[in-house]
Structure formats: structure tokens, C-alpha cells
Design a binder for this molecule. Structure first.
Ligand code: URA
Length: 304
């Protein structure tokens, strides 16, 4: 299918007026207008122009060894850019830098069933008191694409699966538009979806820094087990966890970052897109960047 045809179908699927989107493959995206968090207040910061420079590759004490992807070859500081795009900028450190990891060193040795059981039994923060169940993650255990969101909402808490509410429907459409799915498929097509938090914050409030800190080692281990070739970080809490950046989404999107050597693309959270449908055109640009980057990763990696 030609690029234009794919784009036409995707725009129709998402209800984006074609005049909002320039013809042809996406150019390097500028800064978006808003942050992309699930529970973003309406007065989100305005965009600030982005300067291209070095790559972001967060140092993390927990091992996550990329699966022979080109990401593995590029260490911290190596410039990376999708064809025709500027390299990623190293994100500024968080204003309030998180403290040391909680005592979860043992997680690094856990396999999938053991990790799932550990999450299900977790009482590390107060969210355990209000949850119906933990929401672990879903998808191919060796997916090439890993999607990272924020936290379970009401539906997810009830069903035990991430992104099953309205945001999830939009996420599924977005994935479908680039040939991906959460349903059973080979690892090139079936994504793995996980949240930064595994328990629902009451009333869908924003996660607190302490909750994020307590839960993050689970996500770190999930990434290490999946060994994705591309991470799509949706919304500011995913970005905070993975890039240690408090920059608005609009300043981080449009470039390829790295998490433990794995290419990482930042985009808006689907819940934000539901409230700000005109930014779906930017999200489409982000997906195209992610698809180009994943294709480059796949081309350089061993067959799977
Ligand atoms: N928003 C998220 O970030 N994750 C979910 O699972 C549902 C909504």
C-alpha cells in the first residue's frame, strides 16, 4: 500500500480532516502544543521550539539488554535520528530527581510468571488498598513494539487489562493504522502494552512521585524481559519514568530518544487526544516516526 493510501485510511479511521496533515511522509515534527498526560490539567504549557543535539539514553542500574538491535550498538551519547530527522535531545533531569530505587534488586532475576505474581502481591504503596486487581500488561512477550502508558483507569482496574476503556479504543485504532495489534500475532505485529503504574489511582488522579518510584521497577523488568526494538512512551508519566524528563510532551516528541539503548519515541497519551482531537495529526506523525525507527531496528536485528 502506498504511503498516501495508508495515510488516507488512517486519517479516515481517526476522523482527522486531511487538510490538517501535510501530504507525503511526515517531516521532522516540531514541538507539540501540549503535554500528553492522561490527567493533564486544561492549562498545559505552551510549546517551546526544540533544538536538536545529542541522544538521550537513560542510565539505569537495572539491566535491560537489547536483543541485538542497532540500539544495542549505540551507547549513551551516540547520536540517533530516523531518516531525515534530527537526533534526539538529551532530556533535562527532573526538577525533583527521584531517589534511589526501592529495594527490589530481586526483580531483575524474575521470569514472567514470577514477575506477574510479584506485581499481584504488591503492597508497596497505598494504591493497593483501593485496587480491584493489579493491571500487569498484555501482549507478545517478545514484541518488537512496547507501548507504555500511565495507569489503569476504572475499566482497566475492573478487567485487569491495560487500555480497555475509551483511551484503549483509540490506542487500538492508532495501532491498527500502522499494522499493529494487541491481539495474537507474530512479535513484529503484536505489541506489548504496559503501564507505568500497575494499580488504579483513586478517581483517576495523577500518580504521585512516590507511587511512580515504587512501581517503576516492575516496568523496568517488563522492558528487560520483552527486549523491545521500539518503545512508544505515551504521555508525561511514561516519559518521566523512562526518560527522567519533566519536559512537556510537545518538546520531546518528533525525535528518537533512547532507553537503555532501545529507541524510544514520545507521543501524546490517547486520553489527551480524546480531549484534543486536532493533535491526532501530530500523533500520526509520531507513529510514522516510530514505524520508521522500528523498521530500521528490525532491518538491523536478527530475524524473529
Ligand atoms: N490510561 C493509561 O495510561 N493506561 C491504561 O491502562 C488506561 C488508560
Amino acid at each position: 500500500m502506498s504511503w498516501d493510501e495508508r495515510q488516507r485510511r488512517m486519517l479516515a479511521e481517526l476522523g482527522i480532516p486531511p487538510w490538517l496533515v501535510p501530504a507525503g511522509p511526515p517531516a521532522a515534527a516540531g514541538a507539540g502544543a501540549e503535554d500528553g498526560g492522561e490527567h493533564l490539567p486544561p492549562d498545559a504549557p505552551d510549546p517551546v521550539p526544540v533544538a536538536a543535539s545529542a541522544v538521550a539514553d537513560r542510565a539505569d542500574p537495572v539491566a535491560a539488554v537489547p536483543r541485538g538491535a542497532p540500539a544495542a550498538a549505540a551507547g549513551a551519547g551516540a547520536p540517533v535520528a530516523a531518516p531525515g530527522r534530527p537526533a534526539a535531545v538529551a532530556p533535562a533531569p527532573l526538577d525533583a530527581a527521584p531517589g534511589p530505587r526501592p529495594g527490589r534488586g530481586g526483580l531483575a532475576a524474575l521470569d514472567w510468571p514470577a514477575l506477574r505474581a510479584e506485581v499481584a502481591a504488591c503492597t508497596a504503596c497505598g494504591l493497593c488498598q483501593g485496587r480491584t486487581q493489579t493491571v500487569f500488561g498484555v501482549g507478545h512477550p517478545q514484541a518488537h513494539w512496547m507501548i507504555v502508558g500511565e495507569a489503569p483507569g476504572e475499566q482497566e482496574d475492573r478487567q485487569g487489562e491495560p487500555f480497555v476503556g475509551r483511551s484503549g479504543q483509540l490506542l487500538d485504532s492508532l495501532l491498527q493504522s500502522i499494522g499493529l495489534t494487541r491481539a495474537e500475532a507474530p512479535p513484529q505485529r503484536q505489541v506489548y502494552i504496559a503501564n507505568t503504574l500497575k494499580c488504579r489511582p483513586p478517581g483517576n488522579r495523577n500518580p504521585t512521585p512516590e507511587e511512580l518510584l515504587q512501581c517503576e521497577p516492575f516496568l523496568v523488568r517488563q522492558i528487560a524481559l520483552v527486549q523491545p526494538r521500539l518503545i512508544l512512551a505515551m504521555g508525561r508519566f511514561a516519559v518521566q519514568a523512562l526518560l527522567r524528563s519533566s519536559e512537556p510532551i510537545g518538546r520531546l516528541r518528533g525525535r528518537v530518544h533512547r532507553y537503555q539503548g532501545v529507541p524510544l519515541v514520545v507521543t501524546y497519551h490517547p486520553a489527551y487526544l480524546l480531549r484534543n482531537p486536532l493533535d491526532k495529526a501530530r500523533a500520526w506523525d509520531d507513529l510514522c516516526l516510530a514505524a520508521e525507527t522500528a523498521a530500521a531496528s528490525d532491518a538491523a536485528a536478527p530475524a524473529n
